[in-house]
Ligand binder design. Structure first.
Ligand code: PLP
Length: 372
């Protein structure tokens, strides 16, 4: 007799997470540690942001903060907005993305493809970037829009919690003899969440943060930079304990762009520019670690997003960057890389404690007991 049991077919949001880890073959020598990469770009909307976006929205649905037909309003010119746009399309929410003029035509196209609405902020904030003006406008729109919900990736502790619960635990289960985990930073979700889980479950593993020169997540002098996805003009509250970090590095735009070009040419792994920033530091760590050890980093998003920039020689030239993808050149850069700090808690804190309230962040009311 035929079974009448129906198998539940997974839906698009069910396949967020559970990403594979792959080892690189060619960028290190047998005398060095193995580089391993967690493919967060295999998430359905193409980046590591699918996890916190869905984690936060699902939590809002469960706690009644977001109701059917509601509106998601977020400040993000990139992956977080794209992840929300996917979620909105699947769950029937309107999505409003507050972006800045630096948004790439590709990201704009992706948001439009998913049906999100785009609002461009054109006034820079006091640091010369657009983060604060974007967040302030998103908060205001949220206050003025009935039935809206602000995921608030920058100040919402559930951003880091998503990576603590899932990304980090998966990574620890998928790796062996791990010497170090290397993560870039913007909102601090991935670095903060992963650092907390690693130090709880595998405290011998080094946690290494990577910012880009010109951003001031770990202090320093602000200036313009080109690396997308990385950087902020303060230390994010999703990275509340810098003592969990063993080292932090500040890479150049050239390091980041060059490394993501080398990654695809030498290993066949097409990923974005922030992945290049992480690779540069991960390679430096692998060159100094023991053979049979592993050094892990994340492929944060898909390289297709950068065909008009990182993978376009004319664009690179126009922006003063070299178009090389030579692995020996990358190894030479990595060999000379030195940490910005080996005592981040003492040397790098650049917190702005009043900022969330000043910008009108709604997430402040989330009780710690809700972080699960
Ligand atoms: C491509 C990419 N890499 C890295 C990051 C940094 O991650 P986080 O915001 O969790 O610090 C982002 C954040 O937007 C990103 O889009």
């Amino acid at each position: 007799m035929k079974s009448t049991r129906r198998v539940r077919v997974p839906q698009i949001l069910d396949v967020i997470g559970g990403t594979p880890v792959v080892g690189l073959r060619n960028l290190t020598t047998p005398g060095e540690a193995r580089l391993v990469v967690k493919l967060e770009n295999a998430n359905p909307a193409g980046s590591l942001k699918d996890r916190p976006a869905w984690y936060i929205v699902e939590h809002a649905e469960r706690t009644g903060r977001l109701r059917p037909g509601g509106t998601l309003i977020e400040s993000s010119s990139g992956n977080f907005s794209i992840a929300l746009a996917m979620i909105g399309a699947s769950r029937g929410y309107r999505v409003v993305a507050v972006v800045d003029p630096k948004i790439t035509p590709t990201n704009r196209g992706l948001l439009e493809a998913f049906g999100a609405e785009i609002i461009v902020v054109d006034e820079p904030d006091d640091s010369g970037s657009y983060h604060k003006t974007r967040i302030e406008l998103a908060n205001r729109l949220h206050r003025e829009t009935p039935g809206s919900f602000r995921p608030d990736q920058c100040f919402n502790p559930l951003n880091g919690q998503a990576h603590y619960n899932a990304t980090a635990r998966e990574l620890l289960a998928q790796t062996r003899n791990l010497a170090a985990v290397v993560c870039t930073v913007s909102t601090g979700g991935q670095l903060g969440g992963i650092a907390r889980a690693v130090k709880e479950h595998a405290p011998h593993v080094e946690v290494v943060g990577v910012d880009v020169q010109g951003s001031t997540v770990f202090g320093g002098e602000p200036h313009a930079y080109l690396t997308p996805g990385v950087g902020l003009s303060w230390t994010p509250s999703n990275l509340p304990d810098l003592s969990l970090l063993d080292e932090v590095y500040m890479v150049t735009d050239q390091d980041a762009f060059q490394a993501c070009r080398t990654l695809v040419r030498s290993e066949g792994l097409l990923a974005g520019v922030s992945t290049g920033a992480a690779l540069t530091v991960a390679l430096a760590k692998a060159m100094r670690a023991r053979p049979k050890q592993q050094v892990a980093f994340l492929a944060a998003d898909r390289g297709e997003r950068y065909l008009a920039t990182a993978f376009n020689d004319d664009w690179l030239k126009a922006n003063g960057l070299s178009a090389t993808a030579d692995p020996e050149d990358l190894r030479e850069r990595a060999r000379h890389l030195t940490p910005h700090s080996t005592r981040p808690a003492e040397e790098c804190a650049n917190y702005l404690p009043g900022l969330a309230a000043e910008l009108g962040s709604p997430t402040l009311v989330l009780a710690r007991s809700e972080w699960r």
